[in-house]
Design a protein around this ligand. Structure first.
Ligand code: MHO
Length: 212
């Protein structure tokens, strides 16, 4: 796993959590992603029984590479944040959980910029971080797992599920599996990662061997 320097976190609810994990995962500057349940009070939610929680993606990113306001604009540009038909209720609530007051102020700035562009204020619930309950393993990096050889190759690099799920590589390849990026772009980015040369060569070799 490369060193990206200081990171921040943000939690987004924007419908079924599979796609947003791939969307943010493909973006350079995103360090890792997890899908889970958050925003509610029900203890120990599961997919079958999430109570008042929402499907969310936890995004850890390096603000030096990807500014916070840019991520927030992607969040609003890439889902429907208006409660017009209340589809699936709280499960698919448009939700934004921020980590600190600096982020909150940035969110207000983004909303103001969007208002000036004539965009209607979203119905998104905007609140501080609450407990994030990681979803079941089958939901993590969902699209990458549709490609068994790719999944097995990346698992063989990291050895176990937590390290796999926490890796930047799995996040990018999950974005690729969903069609958000290309292998060429990922390889070019890996060339810039702050890591040992032997490790870099090994990773590039392994991902070149994947049969998609
Ligand atoms: N694609 C599924 C939703 C799964 S997502 C984890 C469906 O259309 O029911 O909510």
């Amino acid at each position: 796993q490369p060193d990206f320097g200081p990171t921040q976190r943000i939690i987004f609810g924007m419908g079924c959590f599979w796609s947003p994990e791939a969307l943010f995962g493909h973006m350079p500057g995103v360090v890792r992603t997890r899908v889970g349940y958050s925003g509610g009070h029900t203890p120990n939610p599961t997919y079958r029984d999430m109570g008042d929680h929402t499907e969310t993606v936890l995004v850890e990113f390096a603000p030096a590479l990807l500014p916070f306001r840019q991520i927030v604009n992607v969040f609003w540009d890439r889902h429907n944040p208006y409660n017009i038909n209340d589809y699936k209720g709280r499960q698919y609530q448009s939700l934004l959980l921020y980590e600190d007051e600096t982020q909150r102020a940035d969110i207000e700035t983004v909303l103001e910029e969007r208002r000036k562009k004539g965009l209607e204020r979203p119905d998104t619930e905007i609140r501080t971080f609450s407990t994030f309950y990681p979803a079941e393993e089958r939901h993590q990096k969902y699209y990458l797992k549709r490609f068994p050889h790719a999944f097995e190759t990346v698992m063989s690099i990291f050895g176990e599920h937590d390290a796999f799920n926490d890796s930047t590589l799995a996040a990018r390849l999950n974005g690729l599996a969903k069609g958000y990026t290309s292998l060429e772009r990922i390889k070019a980015e890996i060339g810039t990662w702050n890591m040992g040369e032997k490790e870099r060569a090994y990773i590039l070799d392994e991902i070149s061997s994947i049969r998609w």
